[in-house]
Write a protein that binds this ligand. Structure first.
Ligand code: PMP
Length: 372
């Protein structure tokens, strides 16, 4: 199993396999890493590295077109939606959403489901009045169901975080709303099929399921592309970027190339239905083991548990340093929970094979026998 890591972080194991459970930047499929390595000096026989290609030339434009088309095919994106490749991460979008989608003074609805929703709310509040439609239950155990959302019919949009990477909660259904539904899908984008037509806008940082950091992908409905507000720099305007095919300034070309490879790879694995069933299998295996154990426990209520970022704790938190150290020594890397939450987190993005989760479960079983 290939994994980019420093030797001191990744001691050799008896089997030589290492699995990277990091939340992001995260594991890439070995086949994609190998292709990058193979193609880097000479891209498709052009005699140039992909890293050297002008973004305005036909070869790079062709690559962007292929990536867009592959994404459209995977998600069955309706023709009245545009795909945008933006610079920066999802955090940039937290501020750009109100600046692009709201009229001055107009408010937006936000669902508070945990750590990343709170970040999105704090940033958007700097630019617009917000209405919090519901908050996660105490201890971040559950997401408020749509029946409890206090929606404002006048809101410019309603924002949700489809998967809470840090606290392991995931929205299982997306309601049809009268205002545009906007979703931060940074950590579960392309892990399951989606009813794209229910959304006004979807955005996702690339460094989890879609490659490497530096790129944020947006899918936005045509009618939401408005003339930019005075003062908004042009590269941050959705409308201007759509007009310029995401080439208003130099796009993050390497990140875009890796995203194109990832989209191809997902298609070759059987597309989003195959991804969803593989992710369900992996996460169920891990949750079943946690629930059956006396040493580990998961606070999230089963109906809202993330299939992607499995967050759990040791009943005796003093064992955590030993757990992480022994796991790393057997090649199970980056299992520490988010700094704000603590505990253990296993991120099971598309690139994580079932074999990695089986190895983790076997390790957890052994650790429990030793320390339980
Ligand atoms: N939203 C979610 C759900 C995330 O998981 C993250 C990153 N972990 C972000 C937003 C922020 O992304 P970035 O660091 O790319 O700005």
């Amino acid at each position: 199993m290939a994994c980019i890591c420093f030797p001191e972080d990744a001691p050799a194991t008896r089997s030589g396999e290492r699995y990277n459970f990091a939340a992001g930047p995260a594991m890439l499929p070995p086949a994609v890493l190998a292709q990058i390595q193979d193609e880097l000096p000479d891209w498709r026989g052009s005699g140039q590295s992909l890293l050297e290609l002008p973004f305005t030339g036909a070869p790079f434009k062709g690559l962007m077109h292929e990536a867009k088309q592959d994404l459209r095919d995977l998600l069955t994106i309706p023709s009245n939606y545009r795909v945008l490749f933006m610079h920066g991460g999802a955090t940039c979008q937290f501020g750009l959403l109100p600046l692009n989608l709201l009229a001055p003074g107009q408010s937006a609805d936000y669902l508070d489901s945990g750590y990343w929703a709170a970040k999105a709310i704090a940033e958007a509040r700097r630019h617009a009045p917000l209405n919090i439609i519901a908050s996660a239950s105490e201890g971040l155990r559950a997401i408020a169901p749509p029946e409890q959302w206090r929606l404002d019919p006048q809101a410019g949009y309603c924002h949700v975080t489809s998967n809470e990477t840090a606290n392991g909660l995931q929205l299982q259904h997306f309601p049809e709303l009268s205002v545009p539904l906007v979703a931060d899908m940074s950590s579960d984008f392309l892990t399951r099929p989606l009813p794209v037509e229910r959304f006004g806008l979807i955005y996702a940082s690339a460094q989890k399921n879609l490659g490497i950091a530096g790129l944020c992908l947006l899918i936005v409905r045509d009618d939401l592309l408005k003339a930019p507000r005075p003062g908004l720099p042009s590269p941050f305007s959705y409308a201007l970027q759509a007009e310029q095919q995401s080439r208003l300034c130099t796009p993050p070309t390497f990140a875009l190339y890796v995203a194109a490879l990832m989209l191809r790879w997902i298609g070759q694995q059987g597309g989003l239905t195959a991804m969803a069933s593989a992710n369900a299998r992996k996460s169920q295996l891990l949750y079943q083991h946690i629930d059956a154990s006396d040493l580990y426990h998961c606070r999230q209520q089963p109906a809202d548990r993330s299939a992607i970022n499995i967050c759990f704790h040791l009943r005796d938190p003093r064992l955590l340093p030993d757990f992480l150290r022994e796991a790393a020594a057997t090649g199970l890397l980056n299992l520490q929970g988010h700094a704000a939450i603590g505990g253990i987190r296993a991120s099971l993005y598309n690139a994580m094979p079932l074999a990695g989760v089986k190895r983790l479960v076997a390790f957890m079983h052994g650790f429990e026998r030793q320390h339980g």
